[in-house]
Design a protein around this ligand. Structure first.
Ligand code: DLL
Length: 442
């Protein structure tokens, strides 16, 4: 008997490399990467400023002597100033889903694309994918890395794909009913839209026959996992990545589901205090910083992700030797500072999902009408729980208010709204509107 929901299978022997060998490999690859970027204008300047040459990288600790890279640095060299190979070596360009203005572009050589497919295959197999499965992809295929990254990974494993892509939820539902995939791939929030459309048609999502799902691309909480698993009767796995680093495939959960294994033979990870940029102790939340070790077209040094998570290097029962990252609890740019208190949208999600009677659809609005910041949380009711009785609704509102206060320490305005009133997104859910930003107050 396996202690897990299904057999633990490992796709690539490299995932279980003993730590000492892994670290030797990392050092060798780091030195090669630093040499590779030395002629990229941004790094050339930054290395010259800090007196770094590739030969000065003697140990992995020397990573800390290298400059950080931020999204703004990438923007300054728009569109492809970070390219480290001649343009004829590029086989693909993707872009990050910037919410404002132009995307930032990233490029891949043929080898980068193969590496990417292999890294996606690793986490897919770690989370149960087998060649006999049929997978429905609900990610967009475009500049966003989600669709293509997962597609190549699934193909590499040898499973079959329904490349249904983003949007048109009724069609997704029809494909699931008619073709009976066992596996769903997409953002966690989008799966709930499929469930919603199913229910509206009188179909129980549990009857669809989905066995497990690989979700990523946006933050979600453990309570959201429970909600989705209950709704569909499936097992949900988390995977993480970002375009600047490679796309999906940076990390993913194994059958133990105790954090996402970071593919450390391809990426060095650091977890730093976002204000001081000093490392935080293991287990504490900090900003994740990644350095690519094998990328050719677009190597990246100490990229500040703005994602807040913690690291765990304790042994994992799955035998992989890599460090695991926790769920992303929020982004430094998503963190709401309200009346001096730091609040992450994920804390509000956690509170909402603890209260029976609300749907997992919500919107957080922040404003500063006078001198004080105000948060309003709009929460959809579930159709079956909607009541005309003021007293019932008020009691529910108060329960939500209490839960949010106990988790975040602050009081917010809770508005219960009618089912199906919040705008649904076909990709990454947008849970926060900060009116202070529109008004130029922050
Ligand atoms: O979202 C890559 C991806 C696609 C990962 C599909 C997994 C699955 P970007 O569009 O560049 O790339 O957005 C990256 O999304 O910095 C995180 O803030 C967030 N993110 C991605 N995966 C997770 C996750 C893709 N599992 C940004 N949990 C990242 C929380 C995630 N946040």
């Amino acid at each position: 008997m396996t202690p897990f929901a299904f057999e633990n299978r490992i796709w690539d022997r490299a995932e279980t490399t003993p730590r000492d060998r892994l670290m030797a490999l990392q050092l060798q690859r780091l030195r090669r990467t630093v040499a590779r970027v030395a002629e990229v204008p941004y790094y050339k300047e930054a290395f010259a400023r800090s007196g770094i040459t590739p030969r000065k990288i003697k140990s992995l600790d020397d990573l800390r002597r290298l400059p950080f890279t931020t999204k703004d640095d990438l923007r300054r060299y728009y569109p492809l100033g970070f390219l480290a190979v001649p343009t004829e070596k590029i086989v693909r360009i993707h872009g990050s889903s910037g919410t404002t203005g132009r995307p930032t572009f990233v490029a891949y050589t043929a080898r980068d694309r193969d590496t990417w497919a292999n890294l996606c295959a690793r986490f897919l197999v770690a989370g149960g994918l087998r060649p006999e499965h049929l997978v429905q992809i609900t990610f967009g295929y475009g500049l966003f890395t989600g669709g293509f990254g997962l597609h190549y990974g699934i193909e590499k494993v040898g499973a079959a794909i329904i490349p249904a892509a983003a949007g048109n939820t009724p069609r997704h539902l029809m494909l699931i009913q008619d073709l009976k995939p066992q596996v769903l791939v997409g953002t966690p929030s989008y799966s709930l839209q499929i469930a919603e459309v199913a229910r509206a048609q009188g179909i129980d999502p549990r009857s669809l026959g989905l066995k497990f799902a690989h979700f990523g691309g946006e933050p979600w909480t453990e309570d959201m996992r429970v909600e989705i698993e209950r709704e569909f009767g499936l097992l949900a796995f988390n995977n993480y990545g970002l375009s600047e680093v490679i796309g999906p495939g940076v990390s993913g959960e194994c059958v133990a589901r105790r954090g996402m294994h970071i593919q450390e033979d391809h990426f060095l990870v650091e977890c730093v205090n976002p204000d001081t940029l000093e490392p935080v102790p293991e287990g504490e939340n900090g900003e994740l910083v990644f350095t690519s070790l094998t990328k050719e077209a677009f190597p990246i040094i100490r990229y500040r992700t703005r994602d807040i998570a913690s690291l765990d290097s304790s042994p994992c029962p799955c035998r992989r030797t890599t460090v695991r990252m926790s769920r992303v609890v929020g982004r430094t740019d998503d963190m709401l500072i309200v009346r001096g208190v730091n609040v992450f949208p994920s804390q509000i999600e956690e509170a909402l999902l603890r209260v029976e009677g609300t749907a997992p659809h919500y919107l957080i609005e922040v404003d500063r009408p006078g001198a004080m910041d105000m948060i309003t949380v709009k929460v959809e009711m579930r159709a079956q729980d909607f009541s005309d009785e003021m007293r019932v609704m008020e009691a529910l509102r108060e329960r939500i208010d209490r839960e949010i206060q106990s988790i975040t320490g602050i009081r917010v305005n809770v508005e219960l709204i009618m089912p199906q009133t919040l705008k649904r997104s076909i990709g990454k859910a947008n849970r926060v509107i900060d009116h202070r930003r529109e008004k130029g107050l922050i």
